[in-house]
Design a protein around this ligand. Structure first.
Ligand code: PEP
Ligand code: MN
Length: 250
């Protein structure tokens, strides 16, 4: 079983890790509210955003990253952010965890480059990828000598659009049986709407996930990306209490 140690935190199949924060970093005020009021092991916030259309908010990029690092140091927190290109790897050398998003799960050159770093890599399942394809993707990271890998199930596209994506709860025990790596679940992107984040999160905990990644925003209705699915800080607090109770029952 792989233990990923980041400062005082251990991410593994024996611990439970909460990752929380907004879809996108939008302002200093927004991120201060998050860091001051949200309790989590790692704080997330997108700066390089893989958006479906070029005219939507693309993230604050280098400026957002500088802000994230500044606040991480000031509040003494641990942070994770997504990169979309090999180029961006040089900017995130001192980020605690690098995220490879669903849209890049099969970007093999990016996986190879990430594998050459000594950073923990959280890799999300692609929008239309099988578990076997996900295992193939991580083999590229491992082949470069990096086995600090965190797997993330976030739902795949199915025939039913009742949810934004279909959360594959069965993938949790399957990934845990087939790999030594921790499996984190992101119910936010699967749900697509606030109301479904909690039931999906609790189902994932019951199925044995090793942590959750939850999108939280001080003012979700004004969010510049994924406005419908981000929880308020209070909703997150309530969810966290329930998650902790469920974890204890396992
Ligand atoms: C995200 O985490 O903000 C994100 C873009 O997620 P995904 O890659 O799962 O769509
Ligand atoms: Mn998002």
């Amino acid at each position: 079983m792989k233990e990923i140690i980041v400062k005082d935190k251990v991410i593994s199949q024996n611990t439970f890790t909460m990752i929380a924060g907004p879809c996108s970093i939008e302002s200093e005020e927004q991120m201060r509210e998050i860091m001051e009021n949200v309790e989590a092991d790692f704080y997330r916030g997108g700066v390089y955003k893989p958006r479906t259309t070029a005219d939507s908010f693309q993230g604050l990029r280098e400026e957002g990253l500088a802000l994230f690092k500044k606040l991480r140091n000031e509040y003494n927190k641990l942070i994770i952010t997504e990169i979309m290109s090999i180029d961006q790897l040089k900017d995130v050398g001192d980020i605690d965890i690098i995220q490879i998003g669903a849209r890049n799960m099969q970007n093999y050159d990016l996986l190879i480059a990430a594998g050459k770093t000594n950073k923990p890599i959280l890799i999300k399942r692609g929008l239309a990828n099988t578990v076997d394809e996900m295992l193939g993707a991580i083999s590229y990271i491992e082949a470069q000598g990096n086995n600090q890998i965190i797997l993330c199930e976030r739902g795949f596209r199915s025939f039913d659009n009742i949810t934004r994506f279909t959360l594959d709860v069965a993938a949790i025990p399957v990934l845990k049986a087939r790999t030594p790596y921790p499996v984190i679940v992101d119910p936010s992107h699967a749900a697509g709407v606030q109301e479904l984040v909690e039931p999906l999160a609790l189902a994932a905990v019951a199925a044995g996930c090793d942590g959750l990644l939850i999108e939280v925003h001080p003012n979700p209705e004004c969010a510049l990306s994924d406005a419908d699915q981000q929880l308020t800080i209070n909703q997150y607090k309530n969810l966290k209490v329930k998650v902790e109770k469920c974890v204890q029952l396992r």
